[in-house]
Design a protein around this ligand. Structure first.
Ligand SMILES: Cc1ncc(COP(=O)(O)O)c(C=O)c1O
Length: 374
């Protein structure tokens, strides 16, 4: 008999976190709605209350996300709940380095905390590896600067689709003694595994491609403690649905990512489109790095038309693609991100496009008709 060969991510997504394979057992974890459990004994302690130790439903989701990311996962009520727990790990007065382009909610959370005097935030262009490494090390003209305590990374970024050199930046973070977090929402664990590139923590938004929150073992225990104390626990149904969604991530992502490549190439040739950002395009500034550190190029892209009015007109004219803020669903969604507060660095005519699993030719017919009308 030979040892079983390691399973591939597509299989892990379907099989990890399943209940014991015994006759009569459900194939997938049931929805555990209970919060209160019969007490154990000193010799055989058990989780007696869901907020303290979770339920079988959370554990199944955490097992699957953790297996895909190569770490230990802890599910939270939302991505922002997870981000808050993570920020609870840095001491008051910490120095935080964050990308200028990254998810607006996390940036708002960081700047609100800075305004309250909890930490200091420095922004960096994470496509400039040397400048980011220097900022993390605390170099610069300001003599009060010191090494970062927390390095927040996102790649590809929301919404400019910038790609960061995660290996180099995680190394710089480690050398500075900083906690390194990578928001992996856009790439998904099938596209990129930041823990293997040197990150301490990986974050996902549950309502996007998958749900969960992964970390090394020690970090996971600290995060679970924050979850327990702050109460940012996932609902049973939400955890159940996130796991059910995760089971089909490989096929959804494969289809969406293939279509994203086709649409990015066609948008590039369209006369109404001034710029396309998709790391799968050979001329994209992030292409070489993404080809090295990612498996595939993801299903998120952005493109620019002549200005805010033209971009809004495109959004209004689309019929298959929906003008909506979230991303990573089976349905394609598009949004003009500069309309949000705190997004002043984004060109007014930039549209962030989350490619879904509809037929690629229906998506292109819809896009080209909307671009002609816009
Ligand atoms: C990249 C990214 N990270 C984090 C979040 C926050 O996650 P949630 O909305 O689940 O709180 C979002 C939400 O849009 C996101 O796009």
């Amino acid at each position: 008999m030979t040892a079983a060969s390691p399973r591939r991510p597509e299989t892990i997504a379907v099989t990890a976190g399943r209940p014991t394979a015994a006759p009569g057992e459900p194939l997938n974890v049931p929805l555990v709605l209970a919060s209160n459990f019969r007490a154990g004994t000193p010799d055989a302690p058990v989780t007696e209350y869901s907020r303290d130790g979770g339920t079988a439903t959370w554990h199944a989701l955490e097992a699957a996300v953790g297996a895909l990311e190569g770490g230990i996962a802890a599910a939270f009520a939302s991505g922002m709940g997870a981000a808050t727990a993570l920020l609870d790990l840095v001491p008051v007065g910490a120095r935080v380095v964050v990308p200028t382009d990254s998810y607006s909610g996390v940036r708002a959370l960081l700047f609100d905390g800075a305004a309250l005097g909890r930490w200091n935030v420095d922004q960096v262009d994470i496509t400039d590896t040397a400048a980011t490494v220097a900022a993390v090390a605390g170099a610069g003209s300001d003599s009060s600067r010191r090494p970062a305590d927390l390095l927040w990374l996102e790649s590809p970024t929301n919404p400019l689709i910038d790609v960061a050199d995660l290996t180099a930046l995680c190394r710089a973070g480690r050398e500075a003694g900083a906690l390194v977090v990578v928001d992996n929402t856009f790439a998904t664990p099938l596209g990129q595994q930041p823990l293997t590139l040197g990150a301490d923590l990986v974050l996902h938004s549950a309502t996007k491609f998958i749900g969960g929150h992964s970390a090394s073992r020690d970090m996971a225990a600290r995060l679970v403690r924050r979850r327990q104390l702050a109460g940012a626990t996932p609902g049973a149904l939400e955890a159940f649905l996130a796991l059910r969604g995760l089971r089909t991530l490989p096929v959804r992502l494969a289809r969406a990512q293939e279509s994203a490549g086709v649409l990015a190439a066609r948008l590039l040739e369209h006369p109404a489109v001034e710029r396309v950002r998709y790391p799968g395009l050979a001329d994209d500034p992030g292409h070489a790095l993404a080809a090295q550190q990612m498996n595939g190029f993801g299903a998120m892209l952005s493109f620019e038309v002549s200005g805010a009015a033209a971009a809004d007109a495109v959004c209004r004219a689309l019929r298959v693609v929906t003008n909506a803020t979230s991303l990573g669903g089976v349905e394609s969604t598009i949004e003009r991100r500069a309309k949000l507060a705190g997004q002043e660095h984004i060109p007014p005519g930039l549209l962030r496009f989350s490619v879904g699993v509809e037929h690629v030719e229906d998506l292109w017919d819809d896009l080209s008709a909307a671009l002609a009308a816009g």
